[in-house]
Design a protein. Structure first.
Length: 277
């Protein structure tokens, strides 16, 4: 989502999605899939109870419906794949009895990260950019390939298309760049109230740390957000919104070095604490 002060279609869609609370509407499988914070809350509650709906992404797809039906079956409810008042009450009762926990999606990501790559050469990386930063993207791709990483690039302007490409490629990690009108650079990772991508947050922390060294005159922040390309990728992902654009482009060699070092650090320790310097 571009930071431009304009309430465009993408911004309005994000506002609407964030406004939904669990119980505001019936949740069932339709085309296009329902999206919103109510779906994220349903996914998080199912995951905490051990019903595997995949990643908590706020998209009501087949995996979430299967988990919902499993919950209904195990709770003695009518198995109809519809989350209405009766199912919500049953979820709330069990949640009070079992308390909170990390959930299936979080545990799966942690397991994959701890058993994953240990060097750049073992990573499968999709490097994307959303216009105006193709030269920077190409330089990073070339540098990664020189270090024997398996890399593909995407210049698709549509976030869903880039996410789908990363998923098809079975990437270990997604790295994206987007031009930013603000006079700062922000490294985003996927976060919603019900879920935080631990791997994405660790990589974002490492990238920001390295960029601060490479660009001492540029303010660099880390922020968890529900941006579409971060939500729809099925692996740890970061989106670097670049600003001031020309200043960053003028120091592209330093930026590429910073990204290489961050990815190498992350490969060695993909659960790097967000409090690490």
């Amino acid at each position: 989502m571009r930071t431009n002060g304009v309430c465009d279609e993408e911004t309005w869609r994000a506002i609407v999605e964030a406004s939904w609370k669990l119980g505001d509407r019936l949740l069932t499988l339709v085309a296009p899939n329902l999206r919103g914070d109510d779906v994220s809350e349903l996914q998080a509650q199912l995951a905490r109870l051990g019903f595997d709906c995949g990643r908590v992404d706020g998209i009501l797809g087949p995996a979430t419906i299967r988990a919902l039906e499993d919950f209904q079956r195990n709770s003695g409810l009518r198995v109809d794949g519809v989350c209405g008042p009766v199912t919500i009450r049953a979820l709330q009762v069990l949640a009070r009895q079992t308390g909170s926990g990390p959930g299936v999606a979080t545990l799966r990501e942690l397991e994959a990260l701890t058993a994953g790559a240990r060097s750049l050469a073992e990573l499968r990386i999709l490097v994307g950019q959303f216009g105006g930063l193709s030269a920077l993207s190409r330089q990073l791709v070339q540098a990664l390939r020189r270090r024997s990483a398996t890399v593909v690039a995407s210049d698709e302007l549509d976030a869903a298309a880039q996410a789908a490409a990363a998923n098809r490629f079975a990437a270990t990690v997604y790295v994206g760049f987007e031009a930013h009108v603000a006079p700062r650079t922000t490294v985003h990772y996927y976060q919603v109230p019900q879920f935080v991508s631990s791997g994405g947050r660790a990589l974002a922390t490492s990238v920001a740390k390295r960029l601060r060294c490479a660009l001492p005159d540029v303010e660099v922040e880390v922020e968890g957000m529900r941006l579409p390309v971060l939500r729809e990728t099925r692996m740890p992902a970061v989106l670097v919104t670049v600003g001031p654009v020309q200043q960053v482009i003028d120091h592209s060699a330093e930026v590429v070095w910073a990204m290489l070092e961050a990815l190498q650090e992350w490969a060695l320790d993909p659960l790097l604490s967000p409090s690490d310097p």
